[in-house]
Write a protein that binds this ligand. Structure first.
Ligand code: HEC
Ligand code: HEC
Ligand code: HEC
Ligand code: HEC
Length: 131
């Protein structure tokens, strides 16, 4: 009887730990992100741009994930949906396709575009692509 209870207890503890780990993994991915991966560019000309995902968005007070992780349906921006489960490169090719800007342009429009518009955040090449 005692042995059995001990087994169940251990099982419960192990399962709880496992579910916590699985739940934490995707969160940690963006928490620990310090730059934007440039692997999709084949032979990148620059260093990967600095981007401390969570710290950046907190400091810049950006609440809506779809400010960057947007969703389009039938050529229209969808208000309350976001696409953080997708890479920008899943939809943006190295070359522009119709109204969909190229991957490089998509990043620069989004990142540099906001900094320019609100007058905060880096706009010089070497501030993001550090030597
Ligand atoms: C606000 C930050 C920011 C600024 C400022 C910026 N970039 Fe980028 N750039 C990015 C991001 C993000 C990417 C996506 C891939 C990466 O991390 O490098 C990118 C991608 C690129 C790429 C394609 C990848 C490669 O290395 O070949 C080039 C080339 C590039 N930038 C050049 C420039 C040049 C030139 C300037 C200045 C005129 C500039 N960037 C300014 C953020 C920035
Ligand atoms: C200022 C722009 C911006 C905002 C706002 C933003 N993200 Fe991101 N996020 C990015 C970029 C850029 C990447 C890298 C995408 C790529 O490599 O294609 C990324 C990647 C991710 C990833 C994948 C991490 C990895 O390592 O694979 C997750 C998950 C994520 N974001 C979740 C979120 C959530 C949740 C929110 C809202 C609370 C959010 N993001 C808001 C720009 C942003
Ligand atoms: C699910 C597909 C999809 C994903 C993922 C996606 N985009 Fe887009 N994006 C589009 C489409 C489609 C358009 C063209 C919209 C139109 O018809 O004008 C677009 C347009 C844009 C534009 C120009 C219009 C605007 O909103 O200013 C920028 C900038 C942009 N994307 C940046 C990004 C960045 C940065 C990421 C990753 C954080 C990203 N996109 C992820 C599909 C996507
Ligand atoms: C909606 C507006 C907005 C968007 C989109 C945005 N930023 Fe920023 N960014 C800011 C603001 C505001 C600051 C200044 C925050 C502060 O330090 O007070 C900033 C600061 C920064 C800094 C300097 C601080 C640091 O963390 O080193 C970097 C680098 C940066 N942004 C990179 C990026 C990149 C790369 C992207 C695109 C993936 C991006 N930003 C998209 C608003 C934005």
């Amino acid at each position: 009887m005692k042995k059995r209870r001990c087994f169940y207890l251990t099982a419960v503890v192990v399962m709880t730990l496992m579910s916590i780990c699985c739940w934490r993994l995707p969160v940690a991915a963006q928490e620990n992100m310090t730059s934007v991966d440039n692997g999709d560019f084949g032979r990148p000309e620059r260093t990967p741009s600095i981007f401390r995902h969570d710290a950046h968005n907190e400091k810049a007070k950006i609440d809506a994930c779809n400010t960057c992780h947007h969703v389009y349906k039938d050529g229209k921006l969808v208000d309350n949906e976001s696409s953080e489960d997708r890479r920008c490169a899943d939809c943006h090719d190295l070359k522009a396709v119709g109204k969909t800007p190229s991957l490089r342009r998509a990043f620069h429009l989004r990142c540099v575009g906001c900094h320019e518009k609100i007058g905060r955040g880096p706009i010089m090449c070497g501030e993001c692509h550090k030597k």
